[in-house]
Design a protein around this ligand. Structure first.
Ligand SMILES: [Zn+2]
Length: 85
């Protein structure tokens, strides 16, 4: 897999979020989606991300848009947005 630059990752993330409905949290309808649930391919708000994280990563894998390019989950985030972009 080709490593994407941080700028390219951010550009793809913003392009994905710009799609209709992607700025609305899939859980509570808040208008600030800064987290993604990798298992379901949905975007959620920071409050719902906390609930997902409390479930444990064996049930729900969530990543923050701000974590992209760092940590073990960033590879999954890149793969997901690569697929969805
Ligand atoms: Zn929410």
């Amino acid at each position: 897999m080709t490593e994407l630059s941080r700028d390219e990752q951010q550009r793809r993330w913003e392009a994905f979020r710009a799609r209709p409905g992607n700025r609305t949290c899939a859980e509570c309808a808040a208008q600030d989606t800064t987290w993604a649930v990798l298992d379901y391919g949905i975007l959620i708000c920071i409050h719902c991300a906390g609930a997902h994280r409390a479930l444990g990563s064996h049930i729900s894998k969530v990543v923050s848009s701000y974590d992209r390019g760092r940590g073990p989950h960033s590879t999954h985030a890149r793969t997901r947005t690569d697929t969805l972009t």
